[in-house]
Design a protein around this ligand. Sequence first.
Ligand SMILES: Cc1cc2nc3c(=O)[nH]c(=O)nc-3n(C[C@H](O)[C@H](O)[C@H](O)COP(=O)(O)OP(=O)(O)OC[C@H]3O[C@@H](n4cnc5c(N)ncnc54)[C@H](O)[C@@H]3O)c2cc1C
Length: 305
Amino acid sequence: MPLLRDFFIALSHNKTLERFLTGTRLGRKISRRFVAGETLEELINVVEKLEKEGIFTTVAYLGEHYHAREPALKSTEEYIRLAEALVPHREFSEISLKLTQLGLEIDRDFTYDNLKRIAEKAKELGLYINVDVEESRLLEDTMWIVKKMNEEGYPVGTVIQAYLYRAEEILEDLARYRMNIRLVKGAYKEPPDVAYQKKRDVDENFRKLAVKMLKMADRIYPEFATHDDRIIDFVMKNADEMGVPEDKYEFQMLYGVRLGLQRRVKRTHRLRLYVPYGTHWYPYFMRRLAERPANVWFVLRGLFG
Ligand SMILES: Cc1cc2nc3c(=O)[nH]c(=O)nc-3n(C[C@H](O)[C@H](O)[C@H](O)COP(=O)(O)OP(=O)(O)OC[C@H]3O[C@@H](n4cnc5c(N)ncnc54)[C@H](O)[C@@H]3O)c2cc1C
């Protein structure tokens, strides 16, 4: 499987396939498994449908690693439009964004200014923002921005990656801010001096951090973002034993991933799906195939079935 994973990761950088898939109706149809659509209107339709089913959402406008100011400014404008469109759904929906989309690889202060514009709008409209965490080389700047936003009273939370050796230290630092904290295993390829390399070690750290977050549930709002059913059961059992009420934490998964598990979790607990939209869906879509190459068959079946 690692070979197939690397194959799909390599394909996620392939511009020819990207042009082909994003330029055809067939490609756009395939992408719908994991992506709500290319427009804000298509996104809102999906948010509404999920809301009717009692499913919460965190929505993201696709795009990352911008090295020019123009696309970063365009993303900022789109997030402001998105915040306005989410107002009727604000009880169920929040925003997720990546700082490299707002210019983090260009300039930290420029990124901060962009996020602040979005956060001002979100605060005015009563919406929450989650800042996704990307490669570890960007961690210091990301945390600096997230903490500054909280010190200034903006509704901004973030993510902790359990694969990082520093994850527990980061959790203790962030817990001072009473924010929403999403715990994930971690999606990037990190070196052995920064992150656990073995799945077993990452899973063990996830469990340890999850218990710690449940203990902090009077100060932070813990969000457990995983499709790992054994870890989900572990969290539910611990929360139950510790007497943490079900409205004091939630589970999160990706739109289109492990639908059976989503249904099971939703029956007893709050479930929030990460729902992306936008024309720049190709790398995100290929990463979902890389996580589980068997997804290719779901996609093909959806096409011809
Ligand atoms: C809501 C949300 C937000 C996230 N935000 C971030 C972030 O900000 N930063 C970051 O680094 N990472 C983020 N991630 C990704 C995360 O770090 C993992 O890479 C990803 O969730 C896969 O790990 P897992 O916990 O599901 O466990 P795994 O051990 O990878 O998977 C558990 C089970 O789920 C199945 N599964 C996993 N992915 C898929 C898939 N695509 N299709 C079908 N089955 C699948 C596996 O086959 C396995 O059976 C986020 C994930 C979610 C759900």
